[in-house]
Ligand binder design. Structure first.
Ligand SMILES: Cc1cc2nc3c(=O)[nH]c(=O)nc-3n(C[C@H](O)[C@H](O)[C@H](O)COP(=O)(O)OP(=O)(O)OC[C@H]3O[C@@H](n4cnc5c(N)ncnc54)[C@H](O)[C@@H]3O)c2cc1C
Length: 309
């Protein structure tokens, strides 16, 4: 299993396959995890989830950005999504990656693009989440976040429980709205825990500390065991439902998403959309190779239905 995961993870970082995949567009099985390639498809899927009392955080997919014009283009598209959310009064906000808006070109370009997005979102009272990427980008990401904190307060970011530095980062940013995740990137033992037991323990401790500090916490996991333990903790400590939400990825454990929403918890779905689906999709396969079965099943059922209709 570890070999398959490493293989899928290296494939996720291959920019040549990414180019080819972008041209092909998402195929049937993949569409269950990507909410379309146009703004209209995106809006339709947000409305569908909003009707179930589920909020959305939109990820305008885009990776391997190495030129200023690509970074500018990505910024422009994110602003278009903000405008659509605002015009249609959707229960949605934005998740973005700093590499998408220029972090690999230079920090200054990235910061300027982020500031434009934050200013536009601020006008529309829309929240922006800055996703965290691999360890190589962490320090420069925190630097930009710290600079933006001087000007804006309509954003938050992510703490990855797999990282040894996670607790320190959370303590230093305890005044931010934070999403706690396990961590999607394969990191070395020098900087990250290597066993799921250690990551799970750190995950619980991070969530509990942030909940106790009273700042909004997004509990982002599909792990039922962790969710159950946290619900117990929240009830025992009488933490208000308005101070946290559960976040899951679009197309994953939809029954659990609906069940939590029906129980009165805030639920928010991370909704990737756009043509650049490859890297995102391959990381999902790498963290849970069983998802390949899901893709095959959904593709076959669509073909089966097509044949019958
Ligand atoms: C909303 C959201 C935002 C994220 N943002 C970031 C980010 O900014 N940076 C980052 O590094 N990572 C991010 N991630 C990814 C995260 O770090 C993990 O890689 C990913 O969530 C998988 O970990 P998990 O917590 O779901 O637990 P896992 O350890 O993958 O799964 C735990 C258990 O959950 C169950 N399970 C998982 N998926 C399914 C399924 N589809 N169906 C049935 N059972 C299932 C299984 O029983 C499994 O054993 C994000 C994840 C979410 C949900």
């Amino acid at each position: 299993m570890t070999v398959i995961k490493s293989c899928l993870f290296s494939l996720s970082q291959n920019s040549n396959i990414n180019k080819l995949a972008t041209k092909m567009g998402p195929k049937i099985g993949i569409k269950s995890f990507i909410a379309g390639t146009t703004l209209d498809e995106l809006e339709m899927n947000i409305v569908r989830l909003n009707k179930q009392n589920i909020a959305v955080t939109v990820d305008n997919l885009g990776e391997f950005v190495y030129s200023e014009s690509e970074a500018y283009n990505a910024t422009y598209h994110i602003i278009k999504v903000i405008e659509r959310i605002n015009e249609q009064n959707l229960n949605a906000h934005i998740s973005l990656k700093l590499t998408q808006i220029g972090l690999d070109i230079n920090s200054e370009i990235c910061k300027q693009n982020l500031m434009r997005i934050l200013a536009k979102a601020n006008e529309a009272h829309i929240f922006i989440n800055i996703d965290m990427e691999d360890y190589g980008h962490i320090q420069s990401s925190w630097q930009i976040i710290d600079d933006c904190e001087q000007v804006f307060n309509n954003f938050g970011t992510v703490i990855q429980a797999s990282l040894l530095r996670a607790k320190k980062d959370r303590r230093e940013h305890k005044y931010l709205r934070l999403r706690i995740v396990k961590g999607a990137y394969k990191e070395s033992g020098k900087v990250a825990y290597q066993t799921s037991k250690e990551i799970d323990i750190n995950y619980l401790e991070l969530c509990k500390s942030h909940l106790q500090d009273g700042k909004f916490t997004s509990i982002a996991t599909h792990d039922y065991d962790l969710i159950t333990k946290l619900i117990r903790y929240i009830e025992q400590n009488e933490i208000s439902k308005s101070n946290f939400e559960f976040q899951m990825l679009y197309g994953f454990r939809t029954n659990l998403q609906q069940q939590l929403a029906q129980q009165g918890y805030q639920v928010c779905v991370y909704m990737p959309y756009g043509k650049d689906w490859y890297g995102y999709f391959m990381r999902r396969l790498a963290e849970r190779p069983q998802n390949i079965n899901l893709v095959i099943k959904q593709s076959l059922s669509k073909f089966w239905l097509k044949g019958r209709l």
